[in-house]
Design a protein around this ligand. Structure first.
Ligand SMILES: [Zn+2]
Length: 213
């Protein structure tokens, strides 16, 4: 889960952390198990046959893991350091679309212009996990990541590009795995065209190529 690429970051002198609570209670696994058993019965399967006996439990544990973004607590460490553009590219993510509860997955690229504060790079990865590991749509996820990076780094100058393959498009419906690209472009990135181009140039080698798992 390490970011694929990074540019223009230097050393630190001071750090400070803030925290807040996760935005929801833990999921009810027992209820999920019952529901999965009902689904198995509804599709004409025998939930008591050997291969399926443990499936409700496995699905409940899997959902707990895939939706852990709801429980992630913000804790940002930042560094006071003069730096220009910071770009973290190729952060892999796996999410579940809220319309079909099927995976969509791909890469997120985050850029920001620090205003005296640089957040820890692992925190950017964590922000991506926080908003991807829940029921989502790609557009909202991209905006939420931009919003959180902006808050954490205390700068309005943030740009986030997400690229994803949606299994609900690939496996069903139009049955075409077309990669979807969404960008949230804020602050100086929306007015300074060359800066925006610079970000696209930096992230280019880390962009999604085809159906990568
Ligand atoms: Zn969908």
């Amino acid at each position: 889960m390490d970011p694929g690429g990074l540019s223009t970051v230097s050393s630190c002198d001071v750090y400070l952390a803030v925290s807040s609570r996760g935005d929801r209670m833990a999921i009810d696994k027992e209820r999920i198990e019952k529901a999965v058993r009902m689904i198995l019965e509804a599709i004409g399967e025998n939930p008591d046959r050997e291969g399926l006996r443990e499936t409700p439990r496995r699905v409940a544990s899997m959902l707990e893991e895939l939706l852990e973004g709801y429980q992630i607590v913000d804790e940002y460490t930042w560094f006071t350091e003069r730096s220009d553009l910071v770009v973290v590219s190729g952060i892999r993510f796996y999410s579940l679309c809220e319309h079909h509860i099927l995976p969509f997955f791909g890469s997120v690229h985050v850029a920001y212009m620090p205003r005296g504060k640089i957040i820890g790079l692992s925190k950017i990865v964590r922000i991506v996990h926080k908003f991807s590991r829940r029921l989502q749509i790609q557009e909202r996820m991209t905006q939420q990541i931009a919003e959180e990076v902006s808050k954490a780094a205390n700068t309005p100058d943030v740009m986030v590009v997400s690229e994803a393959i949606h299994l609900c498009m690939a496996m069903r419906g139009v049955r075409t795995p077309a990669p979807t690209v969404v960008a949230a472009v804020r602050g100086i990135f929306s007015t300074d065209r060359s800066l925006k181009e610079e970000v696209y140039t930096i992230i280019h080698p880390y962009r999604l190529r085809g159906l990568l798992l």
